[in-house]
Design a protein around this ligand. Structure first.
Ligand SMILES: C[S@@+](CC[C@H](N)C(=O)[O-])C[C@H]1O[C@@H](n2cnc3c(N)ncnc32)[C@H](O)[C@@H]1O
Length: 194
């Protein structure tokens, strides 16, 4: 990742600590774990939630088949500007994932096979966690995949435990990756199948 994108991330994380919910962009190692268990051969539509400066976006572009529909939803306008410069061929929608159903409809997408999600779940209230998960379930097809991550030190927070319980109630299968130590701070991936 270029110094410019790293600088943009740090700047936005200071300006909107609750919305960004991270002190640094994810590492490429974590990004690799995010996309590793997705069955890319059968993914026709993939959506990214909260791409930030695009660490996971780059991995998705490497893995997805050429014909696979792909777009990303990012709330922060500065990140959207950075992403559009970095990935001119990808569609970035400046919006909240709370509106994912309407965004899919606008793009003629009826269901999504996989969601790669960088949202800072432990920074969200109970209400927001539920609202975003409910919104996600309205578009994720049965058998569909969610990859999302949590910071290891963040697991001391009640919101992080609440989110883990919610994942188990929303998804048929929830697996955790090994800890990715090469990330600031160390993190792990929740791999969930609906
Ligand atoms: C922890 S950062 C992760 C960024 C990037 N995926 C990474 O791993 O480096 C969380 C991202 O989610 C975005 N975000 C937070 N709430 C959002 C929402 N309701 N809808 C869309 N994006 C959101 C933030 O602006 C930020 O880019």
């Amino acid at each position: 990742m270029a110094v410019r994108e790293f600088g943009r991330f740090m700047c936005e994380s200071l300006r909107h600590p609750g919305g960004v919910g991270a002190i640094a962009p994810s590492s490429r190692r974590l990004a690799h774990h995010m996309v590793q268990r997705i069955d890319w051969g059968s993914v026709n539509t993939v959506v990214e939630f909260g791409p930030g400066t695009g660490v996971f976006t780059a991995q998705i572009l490497q893995c997805k088949r050429p014909g696979t529909e792909f777009f990303a939803v990012e709330l922060n306008s500065q990140f959207v500007a950075t992403l559009e410069r970095r990935f001119p061929d990808v569609t970035f929608l400046e919006d909240s994932v709370a509106n994912i159903e309407a965004l899919c409809r606008q793009r003629g997408v009826s269901e999504v096979d996989a969601i790669v999600c960088g949202l800072p779940w432990a920074a969200f209230s109970d209400r927001d966690q539920t609202a975003y998960l409910d919104a996600m379930m309205r578009v994720l097809k049965p058998g569909g995949h969610l990859a999302t991550f949590a910071y290891l030190p963040g697991m001391v927070l009640p919101a992080a435990h609440r989110f883990r319980r919610k994942l188990r109630s929303y998804f048929g299968e929830v697996h955790m990756s090994p800890t990715v130590w090469l990330n600031v701070p160390p993190a792990f991936v929740y791999r969930c199948w609906r």
